[in-house]
Design a protein around this ligand. Structure first.
Ligand code: NAP
Ligand code: GLV
Ligand code: GLV
Length: 320
């Protein structure tokens, strides 16, 4: 059967896919334009998608033979899952295999903003290091004994908390349902979001982007945070109101932010956030561990192969 892969995935997954199906891979580094995508999916039975591909009703309608949309990511807010379900098309994602790698990056962001790692690097390279040592040079936040607030204690949120526990941090969390196991494992305490924002020294976002989480961290919520508090996110850009965050950082209402995700991606270099020193940014790379990406690529292939042989794919997000 015919499978369109919207970007070159890692070799292990591609090899597996090619052993079973007729595979067309989009080889440009940039995604296919929307009209190209519409044309490419016309006669496809399966597609492998990235989080930067908009899989809306138009794409789904254009793909008359489509049986499965296999996303190379755990988040799937770019796909109209309800519409796919109405057409009996499976939508699958890549959970679990990227959890540890993504939490590693959340923790890297936390440490980088707290201890000013990126700013320090620039300081040295740019020739600003004129005095060997000074007691007040580049003072930053502490981790030991500090409180980390996890917004969305799912797989990645909980993995982040486990790392923080190793640094002797106290853990607060919000989630739609209580997580007794997690509370036992990490000594985590479930509180309302407002309480979490008031009490945390570090707030780390791990919710998916949904109608409920869009704009969740707005000006009112940022105003609840400590003046010494840091905001970390590798969830999805629109979970934060970026303009409100800019104001909070600019006015030193919070100490800093570290972001892997933005409202518009790629973020343009004139994004006002990038003019600030109290922010660390990355280009949406939290799951970009080599072994992780290899596992993700195999997983998307396995989900396609299962669906196209008439089985229920393991990582399906819908049922019919
Ligand atoms: P997950 O296991 O599904 O965790 C999501 C958590 O968010 C769940 O615990 C869920 O709560 C909670 N949640 C959902 N809606 C909520 C709401 N309205 N209020 C409060 N909590 C809510 O997903 P995951 O594997 O940890 O991934 C989380 C997200 O990280 C993904 O959706 C993706 O957007 C992002 N991500 C980004 C990168 C990157 O490269 N930057 C990499 C991987 C993942 P309940 O458990 O109570 O239902
Ligand atoms: C990456 O952002 C993912 O959702 O896997
Ligand atoms: C710093 O380098 C120290 O020795 O405390």
């Amino acid at each position: 059967m015919k499978v369109f892969v919207t970007r070159e995935i890692l070799p292990a997954g591609l090899k597996l896919l090619k052993a079973h199906h007729d595979v067309d891979v989009w080889e440009d580094y940039a995604p296919p334009a929307y009209d190209v995508l519409l044309n490419k999916v016309k006669d496809c039975d399966g597609i492998v998608t990235m989080l930067s591909d908009k899989i809306d009703t138009g794409v789904i309608d254009a793909a008359k033979n489509l049986k499965v949309i296999s996303q190379l990511a755990v988040g799937y807010d770019n796909i109209d899952v309800n519409y796919a379900t109405s057409k009996k098309i499976y939508v699958t994602n890549t959970p679990d295999v990227l959890t540890e790698s993504s939490a590693d990056f959340s923790f890297a962001l936390l440490m980088a903003i707290a201890r000013r790692v990126v700013e320090a690097d620039k300081y040295v390279r740019r020739g600003n290091w004129k005095v060997a040592w000074h007691p007040t040079m580049m003072l930053g936040g502490e981790l030991y004994g500090a409180t980390l607030g996890i917004v969305g204690a799912g797989r990645i949120g909980r993995a982040m908390a486990r790392r923080a526990k190793g640094f002797n941090m106290n853990i607060l969390y919000t989630s739609r349902s209580a997580k007794p196991e997690f509370e036992k494992e990490c000594g985590a305490k479930r509180v309302e979001l407002d309480e979490l924002l008031r009490q945390s020294d570090y707030v780390s976002l791990h919710v998916p982007l949904t109608n409920e989480t869009k704009g969740l961290i707005n000006a009112d919520k940022l105003a609840l945070m400590k003046k010494t508090g840091y905001l970390i996110s590798n969830a999805r850009g629109p979970v934060i109101d970026e303009t409100a965050l800019y104001q909070a950082l600019k006015g030193n209402k919070i100490a800093g932010a570290a972001l892997d995700v933005f409202c518009k991606e790629p973020a343009s270099s004139d994004n006002p956030l990038f003019s600030l020193d109290n922010i660390v940014v990355a280009p949406h790379i939290s799951s970009a561990g080599t072994a992780t990406r290899e596992k993700m690529s195999v997983m998307v292939a396995e989900n396609i192969i299962a669906a196209l042989s008439g089985n229920k794919p393991k990582n399906r997000l819908n049922n019919f």
